[in-house]
Design a protein around this ligand. Structure first.
Ligand code: NDP
Length: 283
């Protein structure tokens, strides 16, 4: 079995299969993105998460199109940077989407996300309706949102037609997001974790994580990724370090037990590393 074939997938609510483990490229400069994504593809990852605002769709796309891997074996996510700098008419959304495809060198993406609710602008419903048109055209196999809080999701569900396939949210053992996860489960929305490793900070040196890692002869990052996988999240760890890229992929040969899962659950303090989506407005 090839390495890629070992990645479990989640069936999204429209039937599209999404690998449960992917590779994120936030903060990777465009010039370094090609090497990072090549390294990830060589390790076995097939799902790559980028965004217009990361300014590395071009470098990411180069690695994807140059890989020789069949397009239908790859899962590519990008996101609309719904900044405050313009009015998000349907045409403006379509122009941004086309620009992302152009930079990626692809004629479709697997998943297109609204990057932030930016609720103060009150335009995510109309943006999402433009996304529904993109999905209808087949140029995004699935559409969804990112950083949506329960109230944003409830409104979206009430006022638009396509249930988002995914909500990509900050999620790690320090911020377990129980309310959102329960809401997702009720509506068939897949939970995707950004900062799954807590951005490589305090989480990875927490004694509870270190203890579980020792018990299994694994690293703290592998333990945290197992926690995500066993809870059914999609996780997209980022690294530009080839040894870590491989380490983060090598998480299918062991399992956490109930005691481990309970101990990790107790780490939830609701601590965010990123902005509060209820307050974040973007320029
Ligand atoms: P992660 O939790 O993936 O952590 C990345 C950091 O952890 C990097 O500094 C990396 O260092 C380090 N790291 C990676 N692997 C290991 C390891 N095995 N041991 C120790 N340290 C490690 O954070 P991100 O914020 O990058 O989130 C992941 C992805 O989620 C992003 O890349 C992006 O695709 C997406 N994202 C989405 C957001 C949204 O608003 N929708 C917001 C933020 C992220 P190094 O690279 O130096 O190896």
């Amino acid at each position: 079995m090839s390495k890629a074939a070992s990645i479990p997938s989640i069936t999204l609510n429209n039937g599209v299969e999404m690998p449960q483990l992917g590779f994120g490229v936030f903060q990777v400069p465009d010039a370094e993105a090609t090497a990072a994504v090549e390294s990830a593809l060589a390790a076995g990852y097939r799902s790559i998460d980028t965004a217009a605002v990361y300014e590395n769709e071009t470098g990411t796309g180069k690695a994807l199109t140059g890989s020789g891997i069949a397009r239908d074996e790859l899962f590519v996510t990008t996101k609309l940077w719904n900044s405050a700098s313009q009015a998000w008419t349907r045409d403006a959304v379509l122009r941004e989407f086309d620009a992302s495809l152009e930079r990626l060198g692809l004629d479709y993406v697997d998943l297109y996300l609204i990057h932030w609710p930016r609720a103060v602008r009150d335009d995510y419903l109309s943006i999402y309706r433009a996304f529904e048109g993109i999905a209808e055209s087949g140029r995004a196999r699935a559409i969804g949102v990112s950083n949506f809080q329960p109230a944003h999701l409830e409104r979206l569900l009430a006022e638009t037609s396509v249930v988002p396939a995914v909500n990509q949210i900050e999620l790690h053992p320090f911020l377990a997001q129980s309310e959102l996860r329960a809401l997702h489960a009720r509506h068939g929305i897949t939970t995707e974790a950004w900062a799954p490793l807590g951005q490589g900070k305090e989480l990875l040196s927490a004694p509870v994580i270190a203890g579980i890692a020792d018990k299994h002869g694994r690293t703290p990052a592998q333990v945290v990724l197992r926690w995500h996988l066993q809870l059914g999240h999609v996780a997209i760890p980022k690294s530009v370090t080839p040894s870590r890229i491989r380490e983060n992929f090598d998480v299918f040969g062991f399992a956490l037990d109930d005691e481990d899962m309970t101990a990790i659950a107790a780490l939830d303090t609701g601590t965010r590393l990123g902005p509060d989506p209820d307050e974040f407005d973007v320029n």
